[in-house]
Design a protein around this ligand. Structure first.
Ligand code: SF4
Length: 264
């Protein structure tokens, strides 16, 4: 099972002392790409805010401070602040990541923040990942298919083999943050590409013995260029997934298994 570690981004250059060092705290400059697509006069532009860095500060804390003390109109999303809800994903210095899991001390003094590309922009750093995830889930029927449509919930389910439960749990840790899709070259070229998040979902349900679908049923859903054969193995999804899911391993496994079954 993967053990999570906080997201850390390598500083681009030495443009300021690191927090925790002796000396005065750094004045961070956060440049945010701002735009409100619901306001006709809005034009995309960069706006820079200054924040004094504090020990243990995350980008989420810095943005909250800006919104509370400088600019209440700044839009960004959060729910859990613990890397579980996936809401605060954004492009941080050019790489998709979670604001709540990014320590400012891992960044340079000047930081650029932009919304995740590919998803519908709500405003500033807020995007509608939920709409895309729902569409993907409906296409892939990304839920447990059981014989009983209304299972008896008072019945005690037979215990699952612990090793299998671990393998399913490993893939179930996806928080649908959208970082893998935002980082994906294929997703930019193919609007209907299901992304690593979608392929991971098929891999997850394929493992589940309670799902009544056959391997062939699962493969049928992803057996084209909008599925597993569209992936160009650029590996950005694997490198940037904040939950460190084994995405490229799963995609490679699915592809090999499908080729063996005659998909091309
Ligand atoms: S696979 Fe990783 S990067 Fe992609 S949506 Fe799930 S948690 Fe986010």
């Amino acid at each position: 099972m993967t053990i999570e570690t906080p997201v850390r981004i390598t500083p681009r250059n030495a443009n300021g002392a690191q927090a925790g060092n002796s000396g005065p705290p750094r004045r961070l400059e956060l440049s945010v790409l701002r735009h409100n697509p619901h306001v006709a006069a809005s034009v995309p532009h960069w706006q820079t805010y200054e924040v004094e860095e504090a020990d243990g500060m995350t980008l989420f804390i810095a943005l909250t401070e800006i919104r509370e003390q400088q600019d209440p109109s700044l839009q960004f999303d959060f729910v859990c602040r613990a890397g579980i809800c996936g809401s605060c994903a954004m492009v941080i210095d050019g790489r998709p990541a979670l604001a709540c899991r990014t320590l400012t001390k891992s960044l340079g003094r000047q930081v650029t923040l932009a919304p995740l590309p590919f998803f519908e922009l709500i405003g500033d750093l807020s995007v509608n990942t939920g709409k895309w995830m729902r569409g993907m889930s409906e296409r892939l029927e990304g839920w447990l298919h059981m014989v009983e449509h209304q299972p008896d919930i008072s019945r005690i389910e037979p215990a699952m083999d612990p090793d299998l439960a671990d393998r399913i749990y490993e893939l179930d840790r996806c928080i649908e943050c959208g970082c893998c899709v935002a980082a994906c070259g294929t997703a930019r070229m193919r609007e209907d590409f299901v992304g690593a998040v979608g392929l991971n979902r098929i891999a997850r349900f394929r493992l589940d013995p309670r799902d009544t679908r056959s391997d062939a049923d699962h493969y049928e859903l992803i057996g084209d260029d909008n599925g597993v054969f569209g992936c160009m193995s650029l590996l950005a999804c694997h490198d940037l997934c904040p939950k460190q899911l084994p995405l490229s391993t799963q995609i490679a496994y699915l592809r090999r298994a499908m080729v063996r079954q005659g998909f091309k």
